[in-house]
Design a protein around this ligand. Sequence first.
Ligand code: ATP
Ligand code: MG
Length: 646
Amino acid sequence: MADDTLIAVKEAIASTAKVDEAKRRAMAERATSDPEGFWREEMRRVAWMREPTKIKNTSFEGDVSIKWFEDGELNASVSCLDRHIEAGRGDQVSILWEGDDPNSDSRTTYRELHARVCRLANAMRRLGVRKGDRVCIYLPMIVEAAVAMLACARIGAVHSIVFGGFSPDSLASRIQDSECTLLITADEGRRGGRKVPLKTNADEALKTCPSIRHVIVAKNTGTAVAMQEGRDLDWAALCDREAEICEPERMNAEDPLFILYTSGSTGKPKGVLHTTGGYMVWASFTHDLVFDYRPGEIYWCTADVGWVTGHTYIVYGPLANGATTLMFEGVPSWPDSGRFWQVVDKHGVNIFYTAPTAIRALMRDGEEPVKKHKRSSLRVLGSVGEPINPEAWLWYYRVVGDERCPVVDTWWQTETGGILISPLPGAVAQKPGSATLPLPGVQPALVDGDGKLLEGAAEGNLVITDSWPGQMRTVYGDHARFVQTYFSTFKGMYFTGDGARRDADGYYWITGRVDDVINVAGHRMGTAEVESALVAHPKVAEAAVVGMPHDLKGQGIYCYVTLVAGEEPTEALRKELVAWVRKEIGPIATPDAIQWAPGLPKTRSGKIMRRILRKIAANETDSLGDTSTLADPAVVEELVENRVGR
Ligand code: ATP
Ligand code: MG
């Protein structure tokens, strides 16, 4: 559809970028032909206490074993803090925090962050937390969240962050699954002018979490909260008496750094386990290359630390690279939908990384809130989380980036630890809607349903044929589920669960989850393609497409459509949209049903949960499956109520 739009790398960008096309090619070739040599050099991005001699020892066969840098020793917090201070950058801002309230912000230097991390690490050790113990972090987007992560890393405790928007039940099930002994939370969080009762939620959750011995509570809004004697401890009182230095634990490269549960788009969340050495190398490598990061720049990833994007691209990647990372407590729509751009101007943000769900929401409000702000500091724009529709991509590129800034559409997963497929700003020509090419060291492939490798331009299941350092090592406590989920569908390959198309230039186009593929009269269709056609209509803000049972065609196409603010859903518009999709894609893609959707069911991280929409379309509304990670359950009720053909 949009294959023919090729946006070349601008000469000015190519000539100043760290990696240009020739260098990218050379890196990719070397990483494939001599992975040992390539990673022996790249691993020096992180500070080793003992340099590894063994580089790669991985097998996707049988029991599946993935080890990188296995005899190396390091501490992730040292790479993120100590060595920058030793290099004379202690006074540089590490975390630039912007509050929910537009009048609140703060700057924490590398030296200050180091001191805060050490104090908390000492306090945790004093509470008996040891290397390998699991610590749950349930915090809003405040500096304490990064402090808590790095303090865990400092003493070798394994953090498991639960997004602050999750309910007591979701929090409890994650604490139980990994048997955390310590919970770190806050009195309340703030989001879009409202308060989130974190401590109250935590108290509720802990009724069913006997493994928790202590709760450290950060003061954020200052509201009075119940403190259970002997269990709950005030962060400030606890840390004030601790020293500002703390001996970092020597960690083996393969010792766990964190557990993180996936978003639950496709089913029950999985406890993804990442280890220290490979993850840190991958976080630094990808943050550096994909964003072409340069010293002194202000870098902003709008994700929450509760998602893997926040782990790798707010905390570990940027801090490993000595960057100034902006941490944002608020939401894009508050106080108004110009907030992102107001913050960009206020802090002179150079690199901006967000999600398609945010871009589509902002598009609904038109260009005016964007154009009100200058945005002249912006240099690179990024997208992650879902396929970005070409229409949204172009809006991001033209309206937000004024056609000056390359857009990096980054495909990756909680499981992959960091970005795997993405353009590099100075090296890869872009196509709106395509994640383009794999990063050096990543070997994607497409296979058909029988696992046969597809060559050249093709469409199929996206697999990765060899390991990369940032790969997850296991599902926490359930290695059999790890092998079963990722390595049993196609022998000897990591199966991503996503479908993709590769065009004649070798560019990858993610077509959506394989489970979401629709089969209409024998024609396989990715949901992303039909959705993009709908979103390309000027009156459509967002769309979700699923298959529904159909007597003749096997599956029919059921579309949920959210209109642009102010547009009325009429029968004439419904007909117009059906005709529109027919014209954009072809008669085979003719929608069978269009339901007007004031809202779509999304995960807390903003991804559309198509499995729920599939159930509604099939009228199987009494078996919606795991809905614990749903952002707004009311949306589902509304859709069930107004189902087409009910
Ligand atoms: P679960 O695995 O529990 O169902 P999830 O897959 O939503 O949850 P994440 O790891 O947060 O959990 O999301 C990874 C998925 O997000 C990818 O498999 C892919 O479907 C989608 N995704 C991420 N980035 C992109 C992108 N740039 N283009 C297309 N899809 C993307
Ligand atoms: Mg997934």
